[in-house]
Write a protein of this length. Structure first.
Length: 452
């Protein structure tokens, strides 16, 4: 793996190469999916111990990682939004308020995703479980059927709007996508601290701008045939009427989420970190009855995430401490010595972004490439926090490219509203729009924040 231009393994512990082989085999397994991701990671952990590469305590050390538990608890919160119906209510509220025309509907679906993103770590649950059913209902009202010419009436446009918004909001919060904390941990292994607030603040301006511009671009390059959509607002009001007044469980969930967001943003001032805040939020959900312990134990995706996350973080951390990441970055950095950090980092970022054509998982991409590319970026002189954040943002934004790029992609593509060729064309176009916004306007915002 890019070993041809490396002079030698100076400073690398012999066990690092054994661990690297197990790590690569684990990533290949995650991509090929002979078993679920958690099972593949568990096999990787087992291999590190059975081969004597690591001790049992070292192999299990990932499970004690505090950042992992933030995203696990975010999955439990996701269950609350689905169980109480609050997520669906929020979606119909936005449709009722913004849905008088098709572009407004696109913004309504994007706004729903944005509101849910901080507390719903699963992009599949958020996009496929909450937003997609609403999108489908609206499309059916207008006779826009999948796999037919009528798809272009409105269903195709809304499908692209909703999916692309899902990718953008995933980049805006650490807790908005299950693999974001993996990037945070890998950066932390290189001495770069990323907090929930610093990530959200850096993503705020480019993220909001992308959510405004991308639906507008789609509206002009892939326009719906139906422009006026008063019937959609009628549908939303009917659904809201059918749901009735907000239930006690919805109010409790709303209050707990507000409490959690306050702690995530301001908790550092009173020595309450993100993980402690997340556990406090989970405790309140259980005490209030919004969630039961059966809900918690039944959230299989959360426990699956805990397993693969622990395995990948453990292996990546030891590869770094054993010197392999440093050796790789110095070797690659020597090849581009003399470059200014700006063009060097731009090139690295674009390669990292568009290499996602070869991945069907954000997690696999981050696990296999994030640490290496960040290490090289630091060697060429890129500001550490800026480099870590940009690669972190791109780790969600690159999901816009293909119909297999992330968990919700097959759901939206599988609906049959957008044909394959058009999906790839629009994905490439949106990727360019996002890159221009995030590296253009974003760089100005990050300069104001003092990131470079």
């Amino acid at each position: 793996m890019i070993l041809w231009f490396v002079p030698g393994p100076q400073g690398v512990e012999p066990a690092a190469w054994h661990l690297f082989a197990i790590f690569v085999a684990t990533i290949v397994g995650i991509i090929a999916k002979p078993l679920p991701m958690g099972a593949v990671a568990l096999l990787g952990i087992t291999a590190t111990v059975l081969t004597g590469t690591l001790t049992l305590a070292q192999g299990l050390s990932g499970f004690s990682n505090s950042t992992i538990w933030v995203v696990v608890i975010a999955f439990f919160i996701s269950r609350g939004f689905l169980k109480t119906g609050l997520g669906r209510r929020i979606a119909y509220l936005f449709v009722a308020g913004l849905g008088r025309n098709s572009l407004g509907l696109g913004y309504g679906l994007a706004a729903t995703d944005l509101v849910l993103a901080p507390g719903v770590a699963s992009i599949t649950a958020r996009g496929g479980g909450i937003v997609y059913p609403v999108l489908l209902s609206i499309s059916k009202v207008y006779g826009s059927e999948p796999n037919s010419p009528s798809a272009r009436k409105i269903g195709a446009f809304l499908t692209q709007c909703a999916y692309q918004a899902n990718c953008i909001t995933a980049a805006m919060f650490i807790t908005a996508m299950a693999a974001n904390p993996l990037a945070v941990e890998l950066a932390g292994g290189m001495g770069i601290t990323i907090t929930w607030t610093s990530w959200a603040l850096a993503a705020l301006v480019p993220g909001l701008l992308s959510l405004i511009v991308v639906p507008l671009v789609l509206y002009y390059v892939y326009p719906p045939e139906i422009k006026r959509t008063e019937a959609a607002t009628d549908l939303a009001r009917e659904e809201l009427s059918r749901m009735g007044q907000m239930k006690r469980s919805e109010w409790m969930l709303l209050a707990i989420m507000a409490f959690l967001l306050i702690l995530w943003i301001f908790g550092g001032r009173v020595n309450i970190d993100a993980t402690t805040a997340a556990f406090a939020g989970l405790a309140l959900l259980l005490l209030s009855g919004v969630l039961t312990w059966k809900d918690v134990t039944g959230e299989h995706e959360a426990w699956n995430t805990l397993t693969w996350f622990a395995g990948l973080v453990m292996m990546a951390s030891f590869l770094n401490s054993m010197g392999l990441t440093t050796w790789f970055s110095e070797a690659v950095g020597a090849r581009i010595a003399g470059w200014s950090w700006v063009p060097a980092f731009l090139g690295l970022s674009l390669i990292y972004f568009y290499s996602h054509y070869f991945f069907a998982s954000n997690t696999a991409h981050i696990a296999s490439m994030y640490a290496a590319f960040l290490a090289v970026a630091l060697v060429v002189g890129a500001p550490p926090l800026l480099a870590a954040l940009v690669l972190g943002f791109f780790s969600s934004l690159f999901a816009s490219l293909t119909h297999y790029a992330a968990g919700p992609a097959p759901i939206f593509f599988g609906s049959g509203y957008v044909e394959l060729g058009k999906w790839w064309q629009l994905g490439l176009l949106v990727s360019v729009v996002n890159i221009v916004i995030w590296l253009g306007v974003g760089s100005v915002w990050w300069k104001i924040l003092g990131l470079w």
